[in-house]
Design a protein. Structure first.
Length: 245
C-alpha cells in the first residue's frame, strides 16, 4: 500500500509545486496514478502565499486529484479568526493571538491583499478578511479532517496522545501536541506520520516519522513515499531510503 506525504507548507507555494513535481516523477516511474498524496497541515502563515497554497490544493481536489489535506494548528487559527475577530485558540499560549508577529497570521492576511495588517485595529482587519478571503477558502479550511488512517500508517498534523486508541484522539492533541508525543518511544500500533515540530530534515524515529523540515523558516519542504511501513524521501535524484535511525 503506497502513500505520498508532504510536510508543513506555511505559504510556500513554489516549494509545494516542486514537491508535487517530484511526486509526479515517482508516479511515472512506478506507474501508480492512484496513491493518495497526504498533506499533513499548516498550509498557511509565515510564508509569502498562503492564499495561493489554499487555491492550489482546493482546486486540485475539486478537479479530482487524489489528495488529502489535514488540519494543522495554523489552519485552525486562521479559520477561527475568519469566524470571530476575538478568536483565541485554547491551545495557544494566552499572551499570543493568531495576529502576533511570531505566529504568522499577518503574512497570511497580506497574501489576500490586505494592506498593513500589523498596524491596524483587529476589528477592521477581521471585516476586511471576511470580504477578501473567498468563502470557498474559509469552507475548505473549516472542513479539513484531522487525520487519515491508511493501512499501517496514521497521518496527522502534530501527533497523538500516547496510550489512547487512535480512534479516541482529540482534535486539540492532533493539531497541537508536542512533548508528550515526541518523547514517547512506544509503538503506537501504526507508524505516525506528522509535522508541526520542525527538524533539519525528515526523520524516521521507528514509531513515528516527522516530515516538517522547516519550510516556514527557510528550510526545504519534505516529500516522502511510504509503502506499508517502508519510507523513502523524494529528492531531485529520486527515491532515497529513509530508515529508522
Amino acid at each position: 500500500m503506497r502513500s505520498y506525504a508532504i510536510g508543513d507548507i506555511h505559504g510556500q507555494i513554489d516549494l509545494l509545486r516542486g514537491a508535487h513535481a517530484r511526486i509526479e516523477r515517482d508516479r511515472a516511474e512506478t506507474g501508480d496514478a492512484e496513491a493518495p498524496v497526504v498533506h499533513v497541515g499548516d498550509l498557511v502563515d509565515r510564508g509569502p502565499d498562503s492564499a495561493g497554497v489554499i487555491a492550489f490544493l482546493s482546486e486540485g481536489i475539486a478537479a479530482g486529484a487524489p489528495w488529502v489535506v489535514l488540519k494543522g494548528n495554523h489552519d485552525r487559527m486562521f479559520a477561527g479568526f475568519l469566524e470571530r475577530a476575538d478568536f483565541q485558540d485554547p491551545m495557544l499560549r494566552p499572551d499570543y493571538t493568531w495576529l502576533h508577529p511570531r505566529v504568522g497570521g499577518l503574512e497570511t492576511l497580506a497574501s489576500y491583499g490586505i494592506a498593513n495588517p500589523g498596524r491596524r485595529p483587529v476589528a477592521e482587519l477581521h471585516a476586511e478578511a471576511r470580504d477578501k478571503v473567498p468563502a470557498a477558502h474559509h469552507a475548505f479550511l473549516a472542513g479539513l479532517p484531522t487525520h487519515l488512517h491508511r493501512g499501517e500508517v496514521f497521518f496527522v498534523h502534530a501527533g497523538i496522545r500516547p496510550g489512547l486508541p487512535l480512534t479516541a484522539q482529540t482534535e486539540d492533541d492532533m493539531t497541537w501536541i508536542r512533548r508528550a508525543f515526541l518523547d514517547d518511544l512506544r509503538d503506537h500500533g501504526a507508524l505516525i506520520v506528522h509535522g508541526h515540530t520542525p527538524v533539519e530534515r525528515a526523520t524516521h524515529y521507528g514509531n513515528r516519522l516527522n516530515i516538517d523540515s522547516g519550510a516556514a523558516y527557510g528550510g526545504p519542504l519534505s516529500v516522502v513515499v511510504i509503502e506499508d511501513r517502508d519510507v523513502w524521501e523524494l529528492t531531485e535524484r529520486g527515491r532515497q531510503p529513509l530508515p529508522p535511525y
